[in-house]
Design a protein around this ligand. Structure first.
Ligand SMILES: *Cc1c(COP(=O)(O)O)cnc(C)c1O
Length: 397
């Protein structure tokens, strides 16, 4: 095989086995799972079977704790709105981190404008959010703490179990965005003792537009999407049966070789980092300590713009991501890198290489061969590279 696609943290190709498992539910088995006749009941059975498999995959105690949603963003929104409207309709204190995915961050910021008190805990320079730092912000009015299990841009994995313990001591609920972790590293909602967790299928070779919210039994909620009361009144709308089946299949496939893939991918990740840092000055891995995603290398390449590298790599057929441009196309540096204290001028030169099932050692070597001369040329053209990043006054992180 082999592939020049190095952006698996953005999305992944559907596994053909996932596509195959979904097909019947687009065609002969098209029934509405809420209908009472045979065709509907068959669809309902497929949906409940998928729920059981997803529950097992995320380590939930009961299938009923899994609510199917349209993906990670919806699950994140649900987690905040459905909980807070129930447990704190008049407002209250919420905590999240400064480097969350926008689906969490912008939801929390909206709430802050509408009567809730928001504290953003800063991750430390090593890329991790610490339970002590969260604990320092918790107060008796804290209702919800939401910290991501792993960061989608720099790959740091957080000790959610310890953070959840702090939240629970204060009587607050704990949510974690686990989108990037599922299928990559050991993960269990029961082991972490979280009340809510978000997942999406398309980051693990499943379909786009389907995900899940783990809602622990007994947690009170007020559904964000109201209507016919599907998903036991937690999320209305006719369920995406094919999507749920695809999601369940994708999780099982990812878990089947999770550990061997983690070993293989972390070697490839380190090959990317070592390959670039050994051949170039002023290139460093963003996160070097603590738990990290096996498939993600985040690099700071001083003195070049992330976009320039991205576009030149694209010309050669390589797909990578940079933290310095957001989806709106603005050139603001990444809020994630700024949150961990990367100086603005360095944050502009970030590169995210996220590996997957289809990548080989040869692909990584080809990538390094391609990128080294691109960086050398861009730096040679830069009027400020030497001045800013070499010598005694060099800007560092
Ligand atoms: C991709 C991603 C999301 C959003 O998931 P969608 O299914 O694309 O809405 C949320 N959180 C994290 C950490 C992600 O990486």
């Amino acid at each position: 095989m082999g592939s020049r696609y190095f952006d698996h943290a953005a999305t992944t190709a559907m596994d053909p086995r996932v596509t195959q498992a979904m097909m019947p539910y687009f065609t002969e088995q098209f029934g509405n799972p809420n209908s009472l006749y045979t065709l509907g009941r068959d669809a309902a059975r497929a949906l409940e079977d998928a729920r059981t498999r997803v529950a097992a995959g995320i380590g939930a105690a009961q299938p009923a704790e899994v609510v199917f949603t349209s993906g990670g963003s919806e699950s994140d929104n649900e987690a905040f709105f459905s909980i807070l409207r129930k447990v704190a309709p008049e407002g209250g204190h919420i905590i999240t981190s400064a480097y969350e995915h926008d689906a969490v961050l912008n939801t929390a910021k909206w709430l802050a404008k509408h009567g809730y008190d928001l504290d953003l805990v800063r991750p430390r320079k090593d890329g991790h959010v610490y339970a002590d730092d969260v604990g320092a912000l918790i107060c008796k009015d804290t209702k919800l703490v939401s910290i991501m299990h792993s960061n989608n841009e720099i790959g740091a994995i957080n000790d959610i179990r310890s953070i959840a313990a702090r939240a629970h001591e204060a009587g607050a609920l704990m949510h974690t965005d686990a989108v990037q972790s599922l299928g990559k590293v050991p993960f269990s909602v029961v082991d972490l003792d979280v009340d809510l967790a978000s997942f999406t299928a398309h980051k693990l070779h499943g379909p786009k537009g389907v995900g899940a919210l783990y809602l622990k039994r007994g947690v009170r909620f007020d559904a964000l999407i109201k209507g016919g009361g599907q998903e036991t009144r937690r999320r209305s709308g006719t369920q995406n049966v094919a999507g749920a089946v695809g999601f369940a299949t994708a999780i099982e496939l990812a878990l089947a070789d999770r550990d061997s893939e983690a070993t293989r991918l972390s070697a490839l990740r380190d090959r990317v980092i070592d390959g670039l840092t050994s051949r170039l000055e002023n290139v460093q891995a963003t996160v070097t300590q603590g738990d990290r995603l096996p498939n993600l290398a985040s690099l700071l390449v001083k003195g070049v713009e992330g976009e320039s590298m991205l576009l030149q790599l694209d010309n050669l057929g390589f797909s990578v991501s940079t933290g310095s441009a957001c989806s709106s196309g603005s050139l603001e540096p990444s809020h994630v890198l700024l949150a961990i204290g990367v100086p603005q001028v360095i944050a502009h030169g970030s590169l995210r290489v996220s590996l997957g099932r289809d990548n080989t050692e040869q692909d990584v070597d080809d990538f390094i061969e391609a990128l080294v001369p691109i960086i050398e040329k861009l730096r040679a053209m830069s009027p400020v590279y030497t001045k800013m990043f070499c010598g005694p006054d060099a800007i560092t992180f």
